[in-house]
Design a protein around this ligand. Sequence first.
Ligand code: MN
Length: 284
Amino acid sequence: MNKIGVHALTFIGDIENSSIEKCLSKVAKIGYDVMELPLLNPDALDTNFVSKAYEKFDLEPTVSLGLSYKTDIASEDKERVKAGRELLFKALDKTIDVGSTNLCGVIHSALQKNQSPKTAVGYENSLNVIRDLAEKANKNNVTLSLEVVNRYETNIMNTAQEAMDYINDIGDSNVKVHLDTYHMNIEENNYSEPIKKIGKDKLGMFHFGENHRGYLGSGHINFEETFNSLRKINYSGIITFESFSSEVVDPVLSNTLAVWRNLWSNSEDLATEALKFIRNGLQS
Ligand code: MN
């Protein structure tokens, strides 16, 4: 029922054409339905080539992005908000051009450790940009899903409740929520309440990640509760496996996510086991 995806950084640390093609061929062979493409450098993405490559391997693209300090739309600095707005609209264009209907990730604020809580002005700036972005996304059949991440990666939304508050503050729109077990483990009481709170209508994307971001099932995330909760709300969207190891590095994203350790060295084995784990969990 659910399409199952894998994050490209499981295999590759850049988004050059040759890397993406190599990654797609491996991901397709393992049997995934979707490959998540992180927009590490949107300008460098050759959407013409990449959209055809996805078609060739019969895989669906999803696109993700994390804003940075210089493109922080939740900042009080007008220049940074403007730069963030421009980057997000470019990312949306790239999403449309690769033939994806999903743009997700930390697009509501900078993916960074903040030294202070969010401010009222910064929060309004974020809402305004996402509201405008959603309008264009809507017209192009793209769903925006805002990722709820832990306190070290944003001060805008760390819990499902904060995501719902944000979405209500945006008002009438198609903006959805993107949950991730790795972050829920740090910030939520459990896995069932956040999933129930967001519900089928507002849950746009779901990431499966272990507490250390290595092999699924090797850590202590309660995936049984997660599977049961997704089943209870009849979630029919995409489930994407996300994992990071010092084996595959993007110089910016890997450092931002504090990927210091080698959690695995064989991408194929990791992704094969993750797909089995998710399929088995959904069936049981
Ligand atoms: Mn994630």
